[in-house]
Design a binder for this molecule. Structure first.
Ligand SMILES: [Zn+2]
Ligand SMILES: [Zn+2]
Length: 337
């Protein structure tokens, strides 16, 4: 590996429920279908917390978390044709899909039965270097040299997929849980003429102000009744009790989408909340087509990300800040600070 170091620093999950450990590890070598990436920045996602806190089972262990990766290709496997050294690339949650199961064949690679997930079942971007499969890396424009754009690669895309599940005619849209995904999506939806109603933790006036600042029409506590019935709702907060609340806030034929990978148990609720053709659905992972559609969308509607930066070594502090809701918008780890 000419010009590359033998070892790298990484934040490693050795056991679920314990803090990450700062370690020095060998720089991994790519297989024929992989590229080695020098990580510039990696976003911190709520999914990382769910993995570390054991709310998502059976991660690879030890594991390097992180799936909102911006980096530079520094070495290519022997079979690589799409990328060369120095290309700027993004790596997201979907690390690979088999291409052969019934879900892949139907265009639902996000539901693949033989899939890998970055920073969950394969190592991710809380490290100075990481590997990625060529087919699941995507080229990034030069604007992505800005590390503040890392959260677009998960929060942005999952928010956009959730939004794409709403009827085109849905105008008044409730968003429950106003963090990284919500603040990116709000900018796109508002540019398309939608009204956003932002629901936050009770009394979190800072988050409510933040929502209004990025374009929400209204912001309140999650228990508040919105001034208008909603046409649709997206729930990003991992709180099951928000499902009956969002259904109650939503008009006839309204669609409620759960955008998170994990939620606390859903309390029972009367059928009349679902009655009148309301629809409740989840969104699971994203496809490569979602990523392409999202990257196209943000060339039409430039979005800004509100980001707090931490160094790689400070990943545990960053995760605590996310858990406690003490930062607004998104969190990004910078590798070279
Ligand atoms: Zn598959
Ligand atoms: Zn994520």
């Amino acid at each position: 590996m000419i010009g590359l170091p033998e070892t790298m620093h990484a934040m490693v999950l050795e056991r679920q429920g314990q803090p990450l450990v700062y370690k020095e590890l060998p720089v991994p070598l790519p297989s024929s279908a992989q590229v080695l990436i020098e990580v510039i920045a990696c976003g911190v996602c709520r999914t990382d917390l769910h993995i570390i806190d054991a709310e998502l089972p059976h991660p690879k262990l030890p594991l390097i978390p992180g799936h909102e990766i911006i980096g530079r290709v520094v070495m290519t496997g022997t079979g690589i044709t799409r990328f060369k050294n120095d290309d700027l690339v993004g790596v997201a949650w979907l690390a690979y899909a088999c291409g052969q199961c019934k879900y892949c064949l139907q265009g639902h690679e996000n539901l693949c039965s033989n899939t890998g997930f970055t920073g969950y079942t394969v190592d991710g971007g809380y490290a100075e270097y990481t590997l990625a499969h060529e087919a699941f890396c995507f080229p990034l424009s030069r604007e992505f040299y800005n590390p503040a754009k890392a959260p677009l690669l998960c929060a942005g895309i999952i928010g956009y997929r959730s939004y794409s599940m709403l009827p085109v005619a849905a105008w008044r849209i409730g968003i429950y849980g106003f963090g990284a995904a919500a603040h990116i999506l709000t900018q796109i939806a508002v540019a398309q003429g939608k009204e956003i109603y932002a629901f936050t933790r009770a009394g979190d006036t800072d988050a409510q102000q933040f929502a209004l600042r990025v374009g929400a029409t209204w912001a309140g506590n999650s228990s508040d009744v919105p001034p208008q019935k909603l046409d649709a709702a997206i729930i990003f907060a991992p709180a099951g009790e928000l499902i009956p609340k969002a259904l109650a806030d939503t008009d006839k034929a309204g669609v409620v989408v759960c955008g998170g990978i994990h939620m606390s148990p859903i309390p029972s609720f009367p059928y009349n909340l679902l009655w009148e053709e309301r629809v409740l659905r989840s969104v699971a992972n994203v496809t490569r087509q979602d990523i392409k559609s999202f990257l196209d969308a943000i060339t039409q509607v430039p979005v800004t990300t509100d980001v707090t930066f931490f160094s790689l070594k400070q990943a545990n502090e960053a995760l605590t800040a996310l858990k406690n809701g003490t930062v607004y918008g998104a969190i990004v780890l910078l590798m070279n600070s």
